[in-house]
Write a protein that binds this ligand. Structure first.
Ligand code: NAD
Length: 245
């Protein structure tokens, strides 16, 4: 469809994994895509690969002032922003609630959760298409399962991402649709420390009804659909992309 042609999308954490896959698909559909991340080399690779269809920028999304400045620059460059993928995220260091480190807790909350407030707020203030603006947030099935032991801060932020989605969908209706994805276990870099060895990947795959980990591309397909007017009557939904987990 021509829906995304020359529309502007912003993808946070778009230099790797799910965000990278979404950015690539949106470029393929004719969108102009701003990619914010903190991995400078990868951002340069994205810029080289997609040329003037993307605008890459090193932005720490947990820094409110940096987000605001970057959004000003983006709207000056491209006039406005129509779609947002709130995707940047980290698992953080392993910690239980008994031994948690306050600084690390603050970091995980800031990167995964506060960033959604900062970037969404800047997105709403920026101008955009008169119709069909949309946001997709990255939650996780960890919001309901509690995730892996040791990732309590992560699971908490992903539960909050779902609540944030329900509340923001109401706030922004009827002008902006807001939905979330709850991926299961997806084979990206965020999982690297979790699945250091092939045996643990296999054990995890056996717990998934579809018997395998998901791919970033599969999550990206769902994200692109929710962002598009193919999902025009859907807002305030958290969609599992989890192989049935
Ligand atoms: P990833 O590590 O490949 O990608 C995350 C990206 O976010 C990286 O490029 C990273 O540099 C960027 N990032 C981290 N901190 C940032 C910051 N402060 N500012 C800007 N960018 C920052 O991981 P992924 O699997 O693609 O994860 C993307 C999203 O999907 C995350 O929110 C994650 O929680 C969520 N998710 C992933 C899985 C999974 O199994 N992979 C499952 C459920 C949810």
């Amino acid at each position: 469809s021509a829906f995304f042609r020359d529309r502007v999308a912003l993808v946070t954490g778009g230099a790797s994994g799910i965000g990278y896959a979404v950015a690539g698909k949106l470029v393929g559909l004719g969108a102009k895509v701003a990619i914010w991340d903190i991995q400078k080399e990868r951002l340069d690779e994205c810029q080289e690969r997609y040329g003037d269809r993307v605008l890459t920028r090193s932005v720490n999304v947990s820094d409110k002032a940096a987000v605001s400045k970057a959004m000003d620059e983006l709207t000056r460059a491209w006039g406005g922003v129509d779609h947002l993928l709130n995707n940047a995220g980290i698992i953080g260091q392993r910690m239980t609630v008994q031994d948690f480190d306050g600084d690390e807790l603050d970091r995980v909350l800031a990167v995964n959760l506060k960033s959604m407030f900062y970037v969404s707020s800047a997105f709403i203030r920026a101008s955009g298409a008169e119709s069909s603006r949309s946001i997709v947030n990255l939650s996780s099935i960890a919001a309901r399962t509690g995730g892996m032991v040791g990732n309590i801060a992560y699971a908490t932020t992903k539960g909050a991402a779902a609540s944030f989605t329900y509340a923001l969908a109401k706030e922004l209706a009827p002008h902006v649709r807001v939905n979330a994805l709850a991926p299961g276990v997806i084979n990206t870099e965020i999982q690297k420390d979790v699945f250091a060895d092939p045996a643990s990947i296999e054990a995890m795959a056996n717990l998934i009804p579809l018997k395998r980990l998901g791919t970033a591309e599969e999550v990206a397909d769902a994200a692109v659909w929710l962002l598009s007017d193919g999902a025009a009557y859907i807002t305030g939904v958290v969609l599992d992309v989890s192989g049935g987990r």
